[in-house]
Design a protein around this ligand. Structure first.
Ligand code: FE2
Length: 179
């Protein structure tokens, strides 16, 4: 793979999203990319914090993500296929299944160390916790427009599902139950 640049990555993601078999082609691309995770890290300013949307349209959303140590993102869905990779630090993904009685129950866990890649299906529900002493930095590519998509947040204790909006997100972040 040639030298990693943000512009080149976005261009490649747009091409993959517009092509055949996008989820599998995207996964193979990310596997190749994570053979050299430091090349990705070096392409971003070290002082950069938080999440950045590098590109989005109706076919693809390209995010650079940053999770601070100990911080968790509450359980949520995407309703589109995604592939995520971690190029610094470590994050724990807890997966949940909708319970026929209502609510959600935890169904699995995947720890992504530096250099790991994870495919996330369109019906998946997950929470993410940074488990390293340094921020967990990653690239998340969603095959659709994530910010326009209606999505769901879950309170994993009560099983309550609620719309994914800023107020519900802040409320669930404030009552962290994941670490
Ligand atoms: Fe997610």
């Amino acid at each position: 793979m040639t030298e990693f640049t943000v512009e080149g990555f976005v261009r490649d993601m747009r091409g993959i999203a517009a092509g055949q078999d996008a989820p599998n082609v995207l996964r193979a691309y990310m596997d190749r990319l994570m053979a050299a995770p430091d090349a990705v890290r070096e392409a971003f300013p070290p002082e950069l914090t938080g999440d950045q949307i590098l590109f989005e349209d109706d076919t693809v959303s390209v995010w650079r993500t940053s999770f601070e140590p100990g911080v968790s993102v509450p359980a949520h869905d995407h309703r589109m296929s995604a592939v995520i990779c971690v190029y610094q630090g470590e994050e724990r993904n807890d997966f949940y299944e909708a319970d026929p009685q209502g609510g959600v129950r935890r169904s699995g866990q995947v720890v992504l160390a530096k250099g790991s890649v994870l495919s996330v299906g369109p019906s998946a529900i997950h929470s993410v916790t940074c488990t390293s002493d340094e921020p967990a930095l990653g690239l998340h590519v969603y095959l659709g427009n994530l910010t326009k998509q209606e999505r769901t947040l879950y309170d994993i204790d009560s099983g309550t599902a609620m719309p994914f909006d800023d107020a519900n997100y802040e409320k669930l972040m404030a009552a962290d139950r994941y670490s």
